[in-house]
Write a protein of this length. Structure first.
Length: 208
């Protein structure tokens, strides 16, 4: 059987949204690190930024700085029409921080404070009116919302490093479109119809 789809299928909108979330967080968090930095020239404050990954599957190592991993959670397709569907996607934004116990600093406390600071920044950025459409053109993003924040238990590696982790559930409703089949020109198909009036109404009679 010959193939019917003879064009290259482009990335779905949910793929583009996943990557756009990562880009927005990277740019805005790096800017916050500069705004919260000190010195001349300014030295960025590392507590306000993180290494950002999409769909990472390898565990976060204790030697890494703050880490954010963005992955697709669930997807539900509704409101189907011949040309589009509403894709209700939830994205998981996992945030990891750590802090070392020292004679002048409490690792448990510092790792929690850094985690909560990043969580607050991410929520504020994603819900900012500047990103109500995630910087896409109109007609792609219907709405978006930070729906839930879950905090994990403290992880003590027993080497004076305390790790913390939280997950933000970010839901985005977007339009997914499909290319349509080129319509058939019906002008070349001719059928002769005669209309006769009867006591029951108009009767259509096909003439061969």
């Amino acid at each position: 059987m010959a193939v019917k789809i003879d064009y290259t299928i482009q990335s779905s909108n949910f793929e583009l949204v996943r990557d756009r979330i990562a880009l927005i967080l990277k740019e805005e968090l790096d800017n916050q690190a500069l705004l919260q930095g000190a010195g001349d020239p300014v030295v960025p404050n590392d507590d306000y930024t993180a290494d950002i990954y999409t769909e990472r599957f390898t565990p976060v190592d204790k030697s890494e700085p703050n880490v954010i991993i963005i992955s697709l959670g669930n997807s539900s397709l509704t409101n189907r029409t011949p040309i589009s569907q509403i894709n209700e996607c939830s994205f998981n934004i996992d945030v990891f921080t750590k802090s070392k116990q020292t004679s002048t600093g409490y690792g448990y406390y510092n790792s929690a404070v850094k985690l909560q600071k990043l969580i607050g920044l991410i929520r504020h950025i994603l819900m900012s009116p500047y990103y109500d459409r995630l910087s896409f053109s109109d007609g792609i993003i219907a709405n978006r919302s930070v729906n839930q924040i879950q905090y994990s238990e403290v992880i003590d590696e027993q080497d004076a490093i305390y790790s913390r982790m939280a997950r933000i559930t970010f839901e985005v409703h977007m339009i997914e479109n499909n290319n349509q089949i080129t319509p058939i020109d019906a002008s070349s198909y001719q059928t002769i119809i005669k209309i006769e009036e009867t006591e029951k109404g108009y009767l259509l009679i096909k003439e061969n």
